[in-house]
Design a binder for this molecule. Structure first.
Ligand SMILES: Cc1cc2nc3c(=O)[nH]c(=O)nc-3n(C[C@H](O)[C@H](O)[C@H](O)COP(=O)(O)O)c2cc1C
Length: 187
């Protein structure tokens, strides 16, 4: 299995409107494959404007924010991609779609790297950030997963939050828990 890197992908529509989505980029030699399930704004954007930016971030609030409807994260222009990058990215890669593997549910956009840039140092792993990332994936699949699995995994991930979170990770976790509670309250 190829390595998958969890990033925030920025794309634009033909009018230049930017879209942000947490996605797993699939390693493919020197490039990356973006594989969004339909329906997806990222997919529609890539089909029409074949550029993207992979934003490598350590602010877990962006992952939690995007899966809980908080979409307003500051952007700045990229160098060679018309899609912008996140202002908070530690580093980013500008991508151009080289080939599209068609598929009814999950087309694969094979991308080559046009440009890479580093903005800030990576200062080490943090268990709570990882827990927020895992929690964001769970919350994005609430409608697909049994409640028992969600409850078990949230209970395990909460340990890392309690033991190792800073203020940003606690805020990100609270957004995820609010969304989980609202989802089950509406059942
Ligand atoms: C860390 C993380 C990784 C994800 N990876 C994928 C992915 O590889 N493919 C996918 O279709 N959705 C993935 N998702 C869910 C998408 O972010 C979510 O469906 C999003 O709304 C994409 O649709 P959009 O392009 O319409 O924004 C991921 C979510 C998280 C939190």
């Amino acid at each position: 299995m190829p390595m998958i890197r969890e990033v925030i992908v920025t794309t634009i529509d033909p009018a230049g409107e930017a879209h942000l989505a947490p996605l797993g980029l699939i390693e493919a030699g020197d490039g990356w494959i973006i594989a969004p399930f339909r329906p997806s704004t990222t997919l529609d954007n890539l089909a029409r404007v074949p550029f993207a930016v992979a934003n490598y971030i350590d602010d877990a609030r962006v992952f939690a924010g995007l899966v809980t409807g908080r979409r307003d994260w500051p952007l700045v222009p990229a160098r060679q991609s018309p899609a912008p990058r996140l202002a908070c990215a530690l580093a980013h890669a500008e991508l151009a779609v080289a080939r599209i593997e068609k598929h009814a549910e999950r087309p694969r956009f094979h991308c080559e790297v046009l440009h890479r840039e580093q903005h800030a140092p990576f200062e080490g792993f943090n268990r709570a950030r990882n827990a927020v990332l895992e929690g964001a994936i769970l919350i994005s699949r609430l409608h697909m997963l049994p409640r028992e699995k969600i409850d078990q995994e949230i209970a395990y991930l909460s340990i890392a939050i309690e033991k190792t979170a800073g203020a940003a990770e606690r805020e990100a976790w609270s957004w995820l828990m609010q969304k989980r509670d609202a989802f089950y309250a509406s059942k």
